[in-house]
Write a protein that binds this ligand. Structure first.
Ligand code: ADP
Ligand code: F6P
Length: 344
C-alpha cells in the first residue's frame, strides 16, 4: 500500500440510527489503526460529542469482545444543530485542537451529509463507513446492519405466519425503513408475504384501503382458506399498521391484526454477514486514510473493497432490486388466475 503522509492520530464516531455491526466496525477501526501505529480517539454521542468535546482514547483492549453486540459502545445520536454552519466550524476547531489527522464516521446518509458539511470547514481527511439497517447508500452492495435487521424481520414474519395460518387471519406487520424499502422487500420475500408496501412504491402507486381489500379477497379466491400477511414499511400509512388494521375492520368488516416490530430490528446479536462486512470495512477505512483518500465511503462491491465519493452515496440512488419486486408481485402473489389453469 502506498502511504501518502504520516498519519498519527485519528478520531472515530458513530452517528444516526444505531445499526447492528457498528461495534464490529469500531473494533476493526481501532485494531487496524493500532496495527499501523496510529492513535485513536472516539467521540461519544456522534456529532453532539464532537461539538461538546466528549471523547475518550481507544486502545485495542477497549474493543475486546464487542463485535457480538448491537448498539454502539461509544453511543450514537442525532444532532440537529450540526447542520448549522457554526457547528461545523466549532467541530473543525475541536479536531484541530486535538491534532486529529483524519475522522472516520460510521453512519447512514444523514451522517455522511454531516461529514461532507464538516469537510467544507476542516482540512483533515474524512472517511465514511456505511452503518445503517436501511441499506440505502449508493456504492456498497450492503450496509452494516441490514443483514441483521432483515433476519429479525423475517423471523418475526415466520412466527406471525404460524398463528395467522392457524386462524386464517390477515396481519399487517410494520417494519423499519421509513425512507427505504430494503428491509420491507427483503423480509417480505424471505418470509413469503402476500403483499408489501414500501416507500419507493408509494410515490407512484399509493396504497388505498379499497385496493388492499380487493387484493385480500382475490388472494383468498385464488388460494382458498389461509392467512394473508402484509409487510408495511414505517411511516407509509397515517397511524401505521394499527390504524390501517382498525380501518379494515371498521369500514370493511375485515378482521385484521397489526404487529409493530419497531426497534427490536436494531438489537440482538449482529448477523455474521454484518460482523464480517464491518470488520472488512473498518480496516479498509484505515487503509484508505493511509492512501491519502478523503471524502469517500469505504464500501464493498462484488466482494471487492471500494471507495466511493461521499456525495455519490446519497445523490445517486441505490435502487430496490427490480427483479425481486417483479417476482414478489407478479409470480408469487398474482391477482389473476394463471390462464393456463383455466383452459380445462
Ligand atoms: P443516518 O446517518 O442514520 O441517516 P440521520 O439522518 O438522523 O441518520 O443523520 C444523523 C446526523 O447527521 C443528524 O442528526 C445530523 O447531526 C447530521 N446530518 C444529517 N444531515 C445533515 C446535513 N444536511 N448537514 C449537516 N449534518 C447533517
Ligand atoms: O434510519 C434507521 C432507522 O432505523 C429507520 O429504519 C427507521 O425508520 C428510523 O431509523 C427510526 O428512527 P428512530 O430510532 O429515531 O425511531
Amino acid at each position: 500500500m502506498s502511504v501518502s503522509k504520516k498519519i498519527q492520530r485519528i478520531a472515530v464516531l458513530t452517528s444516526g440510527g444505531d445499526a447492528p455491526g457498528m461495534n464490529a466496525a469500531l473494533r476493526a477501526v481501532v485494531l487496524a489503526a493500532d496495527h499501523y501505529g496510529i492513535e485513536v480517539i472516539a467521540f461519544r454521542h456522534g456529532y453532539q460529542g464532537l461539538l461538546d468535546n466528549e471523547y475518550l482514547t481507544m486502545k485495542p483492549k477497549d474493543v475486546l469482545h464487542v463485535l457480538q453486540y448491537s448498539g454502539t459502545i461509544i453511543k450514537s445520536a442525532r444532532c440537529q444543530r450540526f447542520k448549522e454552519e457554526s457547528a461545523a466550524t466549532e467541530a473543525a476547531a475541536n479536531l484541530e485542537a486535538l491534532n486529529i489527522d483524519a475522522l472516520v464516521i460510521i453512519g447512514g446518509d444523514g451522517s455522511f451529509r454531516g461529514a461532507d458539511h464538516l469537510a467544507n470547514h476542516w482540512q483533515g481527511q474524512i472517511i465514511g463507513v456505511p452503518g445503517t439497517i436501511d441499506n440505502d447508500l449508493y456504492g456498497t452492495d450492503a450496509t452494516i446492519g441490514y443483514a441483521t435487521a432483515v433476519t429479525i424481520a423475517m423471523d418475526a414474519l415466520d412466527k406471525i405466519r404460524d398463528t395467522a395460518d392457524a386462524m386464517d387471519r390477515v396481519f399487517i406487520v410494520e417494519v423499519m425503513g421509513r425512507e427505504a424499502g430494503f428491509i420491507g422487500l427483503g423480509s417480505a420475500t424471505a418470509a413469503g408475504a402476500e403483499r408489501v408496501v414500501l416507500p419507493e412504491l408509494q410515490k407512484d402507486k399509493p396504497l388505498t384501503v379499497s385496493a388492499l381489500v380487493k387484493h385480500i379477497q382475490r388472494v383468498k379466491e385464488i388460494r382458498g382458506e389461509g392467512s394473508y400477511v402484509m409487510v408495511l414499511s414505517e411511516h407509509q400509512w397515517p397511524g401505521g399498521a394499527v390504524a390501517l388494521a382498525e380501518q379494515l375492520d371498521a369500514e370493511y368488516d375485515l378482521p385484521c391484526r397489526p404487529c409493530l416490530l419497531g426497534h427490536i430490528q436494531r438489537g440482538g446479536p449482529p448477523a455474521p454477514a454484518d460482523r464480517i462486512l464491518a470488520s472488512e470495512l473498518g480496516v479498509h477505512a484505515i487503509e484508505l486514510i493511509l492512501q491519502g483518500k478523503h471524502r469517500v465511503m469505504a464500501g464493498m462491491r462484488a466482494n471487492q473493497c471500494v471507495d466511493v465519493p461521499l456525495r455519490d452515496t446519497w445523490e445517486k440512488k441505490n435502487p430496490l432490486a427490480s427483479n425481486l419486486l417483479r417476482i414478489q408481485h407478479e409470480i408469487f402473489n398474482p391477482v389473476k388466475k394463471n390462464p393456463r389453469m383455466n383452459t380445462q
